[in-house]
Design a protein around this ligand. Sequence first.
Ligand SMILES: Cc1cc2nc3c(=O)[nH]c(=O)nc-3n(C[C@H](O)[C@H](O)[C@H](O)COP(=O)(O)O)c2cc1C
Length: 316
Amino acid sequence: MLNTILIYESKYGSTEEIIKIMAKILGPAHYYTVDEYKEKKPDGDLFIIGSPIYREEPDQKILKFITENTEWLKQKKVALFCTCLRGAGSHQYLKPLQTYIGKGVIASKALRGRLVIDKLDKFDYDNFMAFCIKNVCSFQDVDLINTREIIDYALYLKKIKDTTSKMPQHQVRIHIEEFIQNHDTCTLSTGIGDRVRGTPIEYTYRGGYLYILSEGGEKFANILLNNNVAISIYDPFQGMNQLGGMQIRGRAFLVEENTSEYREIIAMKGIAYEKLVQFPAKLYAIKVKIKEVEFIWYKFKEMGYEIKQYYHFEDG
Ligand SMILES: Cc1cc2nc3c(=O)[nH]c(=O)nc-3n(C[C@H](O)[C@H](O)[C@H](O)COP(=O)(O)O)c2cc1C
């Protein structure tokens, strides 16, 4: 799987906090301070460099690292971020870093950080006080860390990372459909607020839809209020070189009884419609329109592609 390397400096800890969040989302990943990285020099498919801003400038160690390693960084996919307190115009802090790496930079973002007065060393304390007096702003702690903003940026980078080594989309769809049809049971995840549920359930697939029959239960309480669902279908674990599993995002719709669509679903499941009256309970039909699939399959690798492939089903 594509490897992410995160390199950072963080005098007071907020950039490190951001790096740790991003590494979790962008895994497999490792994070290093500049010195730690220099020691090991691991290679990666995506490099993320995070620098705090002090006195209107990126961290000097980060700046030096970039200037000393420009040549190979230019050949890599590099994403940048800085951590600072300024809102509007803060993107300009990234310019010196961007200039060196040039086209290698696939994304950059200024993220908001934190300043805790008690943590500052004497020099920074005096500096910040002077800044506050000069700019008539209050000398107090500031916490602007925005976890949502960090996660959104990490997810954005993950999408870019995962589009590397893509199999042609029509082929991905064929393999996805084959995998779905070679299985018959999924985990249907539904949720609303803090009520979440992962239901193991049998399905049938046809033309971009999964069809499910159920006698009822809590999943309906969720779907009726939020029809966004996630579905996993997977092989039992047999080792890292034989991974096979997909995550599906889609929308669930309840199919009314006594409609031709309901009859079709019943027939698809091999049940004679007339026999339904003999069933001890009513059977409700759910159809899930698949929106997108994220598919990890060892065979993609054998075919010369990245092990994880995505497919977006058409809207409508
Ligand atoms: C000495 C000092 C100078 C700073 N100068 C700026 C600045 O010029 N612009 C800004 O937006 N934030 C500035 N900040 C805020 C930091 O960028 C912010 O606290 C950041 O989260 C620090 O990252 P760290 O916790 O990883 O060290 C400054 C903070 C300190 C301590």
